[in-house]
Design a protein around this ligand. Structure first.
Ligand SMILES: [Zn+2]
Length: 425
């Protein structure tokens, strides 16, 4: 390994930065913790940057006011629940509904259910989000809405892990149905009641819109002498059950370390290097979507590559999700060899982090991710109260920094023609 890359992987501030990001709390957008963490991170980035700006973009803010779920019977049995972000509200007294078990909630499950979903609460299961055939929560929710369901209940697939937190993706003013995470045990109780003949629940959910909500976007740049920009991005916001250590304290800390190490690699013969921190990623990727949409087309066209760091530790196995840009695969492999860190690639676009918004604008984009295809890894603490710093191993975070530096450095050293060819499909 080249000495600068070795030094990058041994960055002295990496672990303290990681601990500091997590110390702000779960950093849920709207809590203020995300903005405080952003301000701190931009202070760190400014030490290496030629320019830095802290922007805000609008997003559909929302907060939960009240939620409960009871399995009705001789005596109502309260079940642990947590509304999805931007869940529709029930009428004030709640809704009393029959439950129908839709299994995993795959397209086949909904096809099998047919009209039986109509007017009922549909029960589906959460899945480990990082596999090739995973069906995203928001897709399951959308299928339930299309099937005419009156409510959506999604049970954690991991026993003993409690409820999870996630977004429904319902836009402001959009139609929708009350939607909640429940824990594994609650899901089992509902499934047993369904199997025994009938399960009825009372659901209460009340949320309120936060008007004029804004999400922070932090941009720091090291100016190169050539036109063109290589982006390293990571989302700052998270969920508030744990401290969003995996998702995405790891990405933020690794991005800061890589930015520091790469500052000496940017010069008159290279494009510029830009660090982008986004909030409201957990709100259907809104922060980066708005940032990119607001750039003038010529400014957007200057971006030649996005390396998005999201959940880059929690398992030793790293994968680059290369968003239908096959030309990124050899670049990733070369970076893996340069850093001595094996990295797999996965070609199909997975719209599960900010890289997807870059890709939608035709910008070559990848997400570096730990634990792809490994549901038994520590990455399965994602979205749960178990997403805390103790589940991260230092060596995992250090190898993510090394491979990030190697990828970005390879891009900085490419000719304009080579950079353009990354976008060929
Ligand atoms: Zn994430």
């Amino acid at each position: 390994m080249e000495p600068w890359l070795h030094a990058a992987a041994h960055d002295a501030a990496l672990m303290s930065d990681f601990e500091t990001v997590c110390s702000f709390g779960g950093r849920m957008s709207g809590s203020g913790q995300d903005d405080a963490a952003m301000e701190w991170a931009m202070g760190r980035a400014r030490q290496a940057a030629s320019t830095a700006q802290l922007l805000t973009v609008p997003y559909d803010g929302w907060r939960c006011e009240l939620a409960s779920l009871d399995l009705l019977g001789a005596a109502p049995q309260p079940l642990a629940c947590r509304p999805l972000l931007r869940s529709a509200s029930t009428p004030a007294g709640g809704l009393e509904l029959e439950v129908v078990d839709a299994g995993a909630g795959s397209p086949d499950d909904f096809a099998r259910l047919g009209a039986a979903a109509r007017g009922r609460a549909v029960l589906v299961r959460h899945e480990y989000p990082f596999t090739g055939d995973h069906v995203h929560r928001r897709r399951k929710y959308d299928m339930a809405v299309e099937a005419g369901a009156a409510a959506f209940l999604i049970a954690n697939n991991v026993p003993g892990q409690g409820v999870l937190s996630g977004s429904s993706g319902r836009p402001r003013g959009g139609a929708g149905i009350p939607a909640m995470y429940i824990d594994h045990e609650g899901g089992a109780a509902l499934a047993a009641a369904c199997a025994a003949g009938a399960a009825r629940v009372r659901i209460v959910a009340r949320g309120s819109e936060i008007d004029d909500a804004r999400a922070s976007v932090g941009i720091a740049e090291i100016a190169g002498g050539r036109d063109g920009v290589i982006v390293i991005s990571a989302h700052m916001d998270g969920h508030d059950l744990g401290t969003s250590a995996l998702d995405n304290g790891t990405g933020v800390a690794a991005a800061l370390a890589a930015f520091r190490a790469l500052s000496a690699r940017v010069g008159p013969d290279t494009p510029s290097l830009r660090l982008c921190f986004f909030c409201a990623e957990e709100w259907a990727l809104t922060g980066s979507a708005r940032y990119l949409a607001d750039l003038a087309p010529a400014e957007r066209a200057r971006i030649k590559l996005d390396i998005n760091l999201d959940t880059v530790a929690g398992d030793a196995a790293l994968t680059a999700l290369i968003s239908d840009f096959p030309a990124l695969a050899p670049m990733v492999q070369a970076a893996a060899e340069a850093s001595g860190v094996p990295v797999a690639t996965w070609l199909p676009l997975m719209p599960n982090s900010d890289h997807a918004n870059f890709a939608r604008h035709g910008i070559p984009a990848l997400r570096l991710l730990a634990g792809f295809g490994k549901p038994e890894s520590r990455v399965n603490n994602i979205l749960s109260a178990g997403d805390v710093p103790g589940i991260i191993e230092e060596a995992e975070l250090r190898q993510a920094v090394a491979v990030t530096c190697a990828m970005a450095d390879a891009a900085l050293r490419m000719s304009d023609a080579q950079l353009e060819s990354l976008a060929s499909r």
